[in-house]
Design a protein around this ligand. Structure first.
Ligand SMILES: C[S@@+](CC[C@H](N)C(=O)[O-])C[C@H]1O[C@@H](n2cnc3c(N)ncnc32)[C@H](O)[C@@H]1O
Length: 135
């Protein structure tokens, strides 16, 4: 398989990034054990990057399209201030059930709002501006 990032560079980044929290690690484990396409989930390094991005931008309102099991939502919520908000949408009842379970175990989960349904329909119901819109 052709790699996008050289193995040595990825290893260096892993070694110089804070370890993944126990909760996020459990979420990854459950995602790989119970979903058909776990590779859809972002990884530890991408998550750390997203969390820093949210902090650097001082983002307060985030819109995410595609929740899956909630890893990216949770790391971005960790970067938000207490009064920040992340709206995320998805159409899969099973994977979002896993997401909700892990958000409820985090103090940052209260910043996340899941809008269940097709993104194009959900977007019609959302008003206002967002500071970050990763898809
Ligand atoms: C690549 S995964 C998202 C990964 C997630 N952001 C993460 O890092 O763990 C894409 C998700 O988009 C959802 N999806 C696909 N079509 C959709 C649609 N029309 N509206 C909302 N969500 C959709 C899928 O159910 C899937 O969970």
């Amino acid at each position: 398989m052709k790699r996008i990032v050289q193995k040595k560079i990825e290893q260096y980044c892993q070694e110089h990034t804070n370890p993944e929290s126990k909760l996020l690690h459990e979420l990854v484990t459950e995602t790989f054990a119970h979903t058909a396409f776990p590779e859809m989930e972002i990884g530890h390094l991408e998550g750390a990057f997203l969390r820093i991005l949210v902090r650097l931008l001082r983002a307060k309102r985030i819109l995410e399209l595609g929740t899956f099991t909630g890893y990216s939502s949770l790391v971005m919520a960790e970067g938000l201030p207490d009064d920040g908000k992340l709206i995320t949408c998805d159409i899969d009842p099973e994977t979002t059930q896993i997401a909700k379970k892990y958000w409820s175990r985090s103090p940052h989960g209260k910043k996340i709002e899941l809008r269940f349904g097709p993104a194009l329909e959900t977007l019609k119901t959302i008003e206002g501006l967002f500071d970050l819109e990763p898809v």
